[in-house]
Ligand binder design. Structure first.
Ligand SMILES: Cc1cc2nc3c(=O)[nH]c(=O)nc-3n(C[C@H](O)[C@H](O)[C@H](O)COP(=O)(O)OP(=O)(O)OC[C@H]3O[C@@H](n4cnc5c(N)ncnc54)[C@H](O)[C@@H]3O)c2cc1C
Length: 457
């Protein structure tokens, strides 16, 4: 029988890289031409349209990826529309015999499952690969065979398994097949009126090259100071999150880059850093088993919480960084300016919204979804629920962050606040929009309804 040299489609999603991309390597190994396809899907019911800051990132990430693919001999085909329809249309256009992709783990996997069935019904090979998580969510199970709901035993179980595989080299060349597609500019991913992305341009280099630079900086410099990761004024965290979110860098590449050659404090901080990657894995574990994580309370008794009306409670002041609480305002302005916020401050701002203003965590999750360049369907939803108290392994609801004490502890020299709220202490800066003590008590009173619902259940 003659070898099948029909073209293969590689359908890219959250894996915008040429190295350590199992779907791409498998397509090249199969033989025949390779069509590399990216689809902007704002239409499928199961796919959450990405937010404004992520759109900015995506534009630049695709530009970088297209250059990397060109250098290997393949182009990047862009199409817009519901993914199942679009992929099938490209299959027909080129007479593809196979479609490969790397897995995703939220609701959108229903799209992938339907497409796989439809392709197989037509005798077209449809293969999904593990690429974006170190441990496939369904393979990590409790002793009784269920999903984990607590981080520590989850991560212990992961670490007890075989070490994650080594990252794959990029193909030496790709026999690319040109297919007509959209012009990236026609997707209108960049802000124009106004162009609010200046701070992001200064801060970030979207794409694998920028991601690799962050990884090197982590290994060579930042990891040695990582024990100070909770201090927002001191830049020691990796800032790899948007690169991981868009798959420009894979967790396998991160894991293996940090595996050998560390010494001193960097070696000491290594396990802590890996456990942060573990939180990413845990968030995906939760999302896989709870596809509605961004909209439904993980702990259902929180359905009874009497949230305030967001507009009456001052949502706009929180969004604009005008609450009158300096560390909260600093975080919200950092977010607006560079599309990223330090983890400690994400916790403080989220706690302020859900507890001191008693605004539903879903409202905050949506704002972060729109404004973060690393907005991630698993980590964002899981973290918001964690802070609100409704999530898995969440801090007890009554542990309300006091933002003033948090700032004293983690920004003792006021460096972070001074950078983002230079007018603090002048007449231009507003008074606190709520009394912290009273609003904390109001939050705890609201929690009584949750406790009552739990007791009834
Ligand atoms: C309310 C709230 C919302 C959040 N939303 C997101 C989000 O949309 N996307 C996102 O990637 N992270 C989110 N996080 C988690 C965390 O704040 C960021 O991952 C981290 O700040 C990214 O900075 P870094 O890359 O320098 O982190 P590092 O400390 O260098 O950590 C390395 C990597 O580990 C992962 N990671 C670290 N901490 C966490 C965590 N707590 N949960 C899950 N993964 C983690 C990230 O991929 C990160 O890049 C959120 C946290 C909170 C409290």
């Amino acid at each position: 029988m003659a070898a099948d040299t029909s073209p293969t489609i590689v359908w890219l999603r959250d894996d915008l890289r040429v190295a350590d991309n199992p779907a791409l390597n498998a397509a090249v190994e199969r033989g025949g031409d390779v069509v590399v396809l990216d689809v902007l899907d704002d239409e499928s019911d199961e796919v959450r349209p990405i937010g404004s800051a992520s759109r900015w990132w995506l534009h630049h990430s695709l530009t970088a990826l297209a250059a990397d693919l060109d250098a290997l001999g393949a182009g990047l085909t862009l199409r817009r529309g519901p993914a199942e329809k679009v992929v099938m249309a490209v299959v027909d256009e080129v007479g593809a015999g196979a479609v490969h992709w790397n897995r995703r783990y939220g609701k959108a996997r229903e799209v992938d499952a339907r497409l796989k069935t439809a392709l197989k019904d037509r005798d077209i090979e449809a293969v999904s690969h593990a690429a974006n998580l170190l441990f496939e969510p369904w393979t990590v199970q409790t002793g009784s065979g269920g999903p984990y709901g607590v981080f520590t035993p989850f991560w212990k179980a992961c670490l007890a398994r075989d070490e994650p595989r080594a990252p794959l080299e990029a193909p030496a060349s790709i026999p690319g097949r040109a297919v007509e597609g959209d012009d990236l500019d026609s997707w209108e991913l960049l802000p124009t009126a106004p162009d609010w992305a200046g701070g992001m341009r200064d801060e970030w280099t979207p794409g694998s090259t920028g991601g690799r630079e962050r990884l090197e900086q982590l290994a060579e410099e930042r990891l040695a100071d990582y024990h100070r990761r909770d201090e927002p004024g001191f830049e020691v965290t990796s800032q790899l999150s948007p690169h991981l979110r868009f798959g420009e860098v894979s967790p396998y590449q991160v894991w293996h880059r940090l595996r050998d050659g560390l010494s001193g404090l960097a070696a000491k901080n290594h396990a802590k850093f890996l456990s942060e990657l573990g939180w990413r894995e845990f968030s995906y574990h939760l999302l896989f088993h709870n596809p509605d994580l961004a909209t439904v309370n993980y702990r259902r008794e929180f359905d009874a919480y009497p949230w305030n009306d967001p507009h009456d409670a001052g949502l706009a002041r929180w969004q604009k960084g005008r609450t009158g609480i300096p560390i909260v305002d600093a975080g919200m302005r950092q977010l607006w300016h560079i599309g990223w916020m330090h983890n400690r401050v994400r916790m403080i701002t989220a706690s302020f919204l859900t507890k001191n203003l008693q605004i539903d965590w879903r409202v905050g999750e949506e704002w972060f979804w729109d404004t973060l360049v690393d907005a991630d369907e698993a980590s964002n939803a899981a973290s918001w629920q964690w802070v609100a108290g409704s999530g898995a392994d969440a801090a007890p609801y009554f542990r309300v962050f006091n933002p003033v004490l948090q700032a004293q502890k983690f920004d003792p020299r006021n460096e972070y606040v001074a950078r983002w709220v230079p007018e603090e202490g002048t007449d231009d800066y507003p008074e606190p929009m709520v009394d912290l003590k009273e609003s904390r008590q109001a939050a705890l009173d609201g929690y009584e309804a949750v406790k009552a619902a739990k007791n009834r259940a």
